[in-house]
Design a protein around this ligand. Structure first.
Ligand SMILES: *Cc1c(COP(=O)(O)O)cnc(C)c1O
Length: 398
């Protein structure tokens, strides 16, 4: 059984037992399952970073609860621990601690606040597979964690989600939830398998933009299995077939991907080190690396003056540049109130999301591609920002 094999392999990496792991069609389904198991519902508030993916807010809203957005720390792109207190209310139930770009949140600080206010903590490890917090694998510290193996994450099974529970009660509840989810149809799994094969062919910078464009087109038209369905981005209403299990195709691919995880992470470190050298040469800030965590750099973030113009240039010159997160609830850019987000409340996260872009570190980037990226950055140096200035935002907040 591919699912059993995958659970065993994951359990080894996550320092746990296979029965504590459950598998889903996407990571967001796993988050929904954890929240449901924690009995989160109407009247409850869940604290999330104001620098996340809309599907995180969606899972909370689908349960009738309210996402409450906390300001982020500009050094780590994770929740600013000093500011969590400002958003805690008598209705707060959970804090979601993200591993943005592969860097764990400072969990001890968050767990301490949670204990004081009797809140529960969930790790959003969708960027953090393979990283550590104080030498423990990401996902093994809080009560529960969810992971994603969507196209852009540490390793990919096309799309995919995994949950690890670190208490027996939650593990039991998630196993019940997993069984309750429906099985993907034969056609769906078949399509996903074909997409994985096609995706394997994409190499280097020149293929990147044509693949991105084709992928967006096909997934907008609902021809392929996109990571988000149109309806998840237009309003927070649960799609009909949202609660789905992982397919066999995904589990089999997951087993394969885990076998080359070390190589994957080594490659990312190698490419990241090359980027760091370039950024140092150009006198640009490089990402912060706290002592408490091992950063896996699934993306290498940097800042530009005009994001739209820079992306357009990158596309014209076939330089692979990504745009996480282009808003506090990526990729939403209008109608924030539908997700209960009040724009202007988190000026630091908002400023970051107006200026941030990222470089890819995955197997598709070879040393040759880094050379092209370097020339592109040198040529467009005047468009880059060495370090964002938050003095006004900090002053505004007092
Ligand atoms: C990708 C992502 C998710 C969702 O993962 P899926 O597997 O696509 O559902 C959740 N949180 C963050 C921060 C992400 O980047």
């Amino acid at each position: 059984m591919p699912h059993e094999k995958y659970k065993s392999a994951l359990a080894q990496h996550l320092d746990t037992q296979p029965e504590n792991i459950t598998l889903f069609w996407k990571g967001r389904v796993g988050l929904y399952g954890i929240l449901e198991a924690m009995k989160i519902g109407p009247g409850d508030e869940v604290i999330i970073p104001a620098f996340t993916c809309v599907v995180v807010a969606n899972a909370i809203l689908y349960l009738g609860a309210k996402p409450v957005y906390a300001e982020i720390d500009p050094k780590t792109f994770n929740i600013d621990i000093c500011k969590i207190n400002q958003v805690i209310s008598p209705r707060s139930k959970v804090i979601i601690a993200q591993n943005t770009f592969g860097l764990s949140s400072d969990l001890d600080g968050i767990l301490e606040i949670a204990k004081k206010h009797q809140l529960r903590v969930i790790e959003d490890c969708t960027h953090g597979f393979g990283g550590t917090y104080k030498d423990k694998p990401n996902g093994s510290i809080a009560e529960a964690a969810f992971f994603s193996s969507q196209w852009n994450k540490t390793f990919s099974t096309g799309i995919g989600g995994m949950v690890v529970c670190n208490t027996p009660e939650l593990a039991t509840a998630l196993n019940v939830f997993e069984k309750k989810c429906s099985k993907p149809s034969f056609l769906e799994s078949r399509m996903l398998g074909l997409q994985m094969m096609a995706r394997n062919q994409i190499q280097g910078g020149s293929a990147y933009w044509s693949a991105v464009k084709l992928y967006r087109y096909l997934s907008d038209k609902n021809i392929i299995t996109g990571s988000s369905q149109g309806e998840e981005l237009t309003e927070p209403k649960m799609p009909e077939d949202y609660l789905k299990k992982m397919s066999g195709v995904q589990a089999r691919r997951g087993v394969k991907e885990l076998k080359r995880l070390e190589e994957n992470l080594r490659h990312r470190t190698k490419i990241t080190n090359l980027y760091k050298e370039i950024f140092k040469k150009l006198k640009l800030n490089i990402p912060f690396e706290p002592k408490y965590a091992k950063h896996t750099y699934i993306k290498f973030p940097f800042f530009v003056k005009d994001r739209t113009a820079f992306l357009k240039k990158a596309e014209e010159e076939k330089i692979p540049v990504g745009d996480w997160f282009l808003s506090p609830i990526h990729p939403i850019e209008t109608d924030f109130e539908l997700w209960q987000y009040s724009y202007f409340l988190n000026p630091i996260a908002e400023k970051i999301s107006r200026h941030i872009l990222n470089l890819n570190t995955d197997f598709s980037i070879r040393e040759k591609d880094v050379k092209h990226i370097e020339s592109f950055l040198i040529k467009n140096k005047s468009e880059l920002i060495a370090q964002l200035d938050f003095s006004r935002e900090a002053g505004f907040l007092g």
